[in-house]
Design a binder for this molecule. Structure first.
Ligand code: F6R
Length: 246
């Protein structure tokens, strides 16, 4: 595991975007796993900038997003579909047919999740998966439980996640209780993983993820078992990590 310490959120966003850019340049038809939430926003801004400057070409890139809220369709401004269009896709030269996202309004969870899993494996798997980290240690919407859910599935959101995400919805009550998400196994199959973390409020969680025991109570801790993980985090998020790990 490589840990890259950046001085602040802006620096973290640039460095993490540079990790993605290097992969895109080396493999123009890269299969890229993407995340939503606040943390990747700065990364996407850099990717947009470099695309506009002609440094990055997304015309052959294929993407698969980690998750989507159940019950929210493409036109809903809170859907992850909408987030990704606004924050990245509509500003770069990606082809919409190469964008893959879980359909939150398909009521048939089993069908939706197994089709998503098949679409990833039919493509040959994900080359680089971008991940944010939840305060409770979740990656994707894989919340702390007593096992590691392996494939794409419907997950029930933890109260703490609902509270954290209510900032996007105006109220806690408006946050959907369920989401479709790639499983831990789906994420671990990616050939390379880029975990991005910012802020003192995530420092304790990041310490547990990187230095604690690998356990389903801290879903992100599974990343210790992946052979190709890059963590790009700011000093605030890394302030509880021992010197040796850094
Ligand atoms: C988003 C996702 C979540 C977020 C996590 C951190 O697609 O899968 O795991 O990465 O909740 O969110 P932020 O970045 O908003 O703190």
């Amino acid at each position: 595991m490589k840990i890259i310490c950046s001085k602040d959120y802006i620096d973290m966003s640039k460095k993490a975007a540079a990790v993605i850019a290097a992969e895109v340049i080396q493999k123009p038809d890269l299969a890229l796993g993407l995340a939503t939430g606040s943390t990747p926003e700065g990364i996407y801004a850099n990717l947009i900038k470099w695309n506009k400057e002609g440094i990055l070409d997304f015309s052959q890139i294929k993407t698969w997003n980690l998750d989507e809220y159940c019950g929210l369709g493409k036109t809903n401004p809170q859907s992850y579909w909408h987030f990704m269009q606004e924050k990245l896709f509509k500003h770069i030269n990606i082809k919409q047919r190469n964008v893959h996202m879980l359909n939150g309004v398909n009521p048939n969870a089993e069908q939706e999740c197994s089709n998503y899993e098949k679409s990833i494996s039919k493509n040959g798997g994900i080359d680089l998966q971008l991940l944010g980290l939840g305060h409770d240690g979740h990656i994707g919407f894989n919340e702390p439980t007593n096992d590691f859910p392996s494939v794409t599935h419907q997950a029930r959101l933890e109260e703490s996640t609902i509270i954290a995400n209510s900032r996007f919805f105006g109220s806690k009550e408006s946050v959907p209780k369920y989401a479709y998400t790639m499983g831990i196994g789906t994420i671990m199959m990616a050939r390379k993983i880029l975990l991005v973390v910012s802020g003192t409020d995530k420092a304790e969680t990041l310490k547990n993820v990187l230095e604690g025991p690998v356990c389903p109570e801290v879903p992100g801790s599974i990343l210790q078992f992946h052979s190709n993980v890059v963590v790009v985090a700011d000093c605030d998020a890394l302030n509880k990590i021992s010197f040796e790990s850094k």
